[in-house]
Write a protein that binds this ligand. Sequence first.
Ligand code: TYD
Length: 394
Amino acid sequence: MNKFFLDLGVQPLANNFLKKYSANQPRYNLKLYFNTKSKMVSISKRIPSSVMFNSKYPYRSSMSSTMRTSFRQLSNEIKKKFNPKLLLEIGSNDGALLANFDKDRAIGVEPCKNLAKITKEKKYYTYDDYWNFKLSSKIKKKFKEVDLIYSANTLTHISNLKDVFKSINLILSEEGVLIIEDPSLFESIKNNAYDQFYNEHIYVFSAIALKNLLKKFNLEIFDVKNLPTHGGSLRYFIKKRSNKKYNVKLSVKKQIDKEIKKGLDKFKTYKDFATKSTKSKKLFLELLKKIIKDNKKIIGYGATAKAVTVLNYCNIDRELIKNFTDTTPEKINTFLPGKNIKILGYKKDILKKYDYAFLGAWNFKKEIFKKEKTYINNGGKFITHVPFPRIINK
Ligand code: TYD
């Protein structure tokens, strides 16, 4: 049974960056649910994939050095451990991972045509289509089977998980490995990161819920790793149950034990999370209002989907956060979804004019602090809302 636990209010589509602000852009009610049987956490409203992922999708994986390094390290690990004859990436984005593989040994699936175009131009065989059974059958016809499937931050964006795993099963070879990577529910709860939820993040997986789901498809997790990406992610190594080539590692039990200890299998944990999120909203607004009262200026740093959730949930307007800045070309000179707040292109001295910068991309704090050393040394301050609202460098 799905039980409701948190209402994040009326939200816009998190990646709907408009060239001209419109108060009439599509909006939906963002509510969070916990399924007491499957232990899956999900959002209520399902926006059709074609509305969310189209030829204007602005998110680019290779925009940050943290992500590029993470993909390079993973590619080396994949080659060393699994040496796949053919790798398939579901949600290949602009090819940040594919770029580390030979063109005849890696193929991509990417429904956002603007992104698929980038990898096609680099001569990686790319299907500019949605991941589903029909596409999987088409790939099977051409390539027979795939011995490594990789998918980061994509499967949790697809409503029909049954179809997702059925399609994976169809083309994954008997000894093949599926690697998926998504934000960790444990970390989201721990960091009170309610902003991990938005229309694209239909599910935030725990190892507990994923294990329950995979069982239905005769798949199992045989290893799991915690990663720093996206504010704390999990990388799951999955195989067919019949595949005896790999043993199930202790890491799986350890992660599940950790999650049980945190109460991720209990509804009460989510009710507590909701209470903390409501409190976080109140404290964050108080912090911003105090800064503005002191005649200081705030800019948002990183126009992330997460920041969209925060600003729309907390009802923050440009009286509080004047502008955002972001390096992504597709986001520059557009408006933060749902808000009449303009996103300025990143320039070296952009922060100079602002006393405070709200870390929209708090998951890149390390990278950003390194980049903005001069701003910090000159008295510039960063604000965050995770794990609780505060000025980071007082
Ligand atoms: P990310 O946190 O991965 O996105 P989301 O919450 O949307 O999934 O995106 C990081 C965003 O921050 C991306 O739009 C690029 C931007 N960014 C900067 O503008 N400057 C930076 O130095 C970094 C690291 C990111």
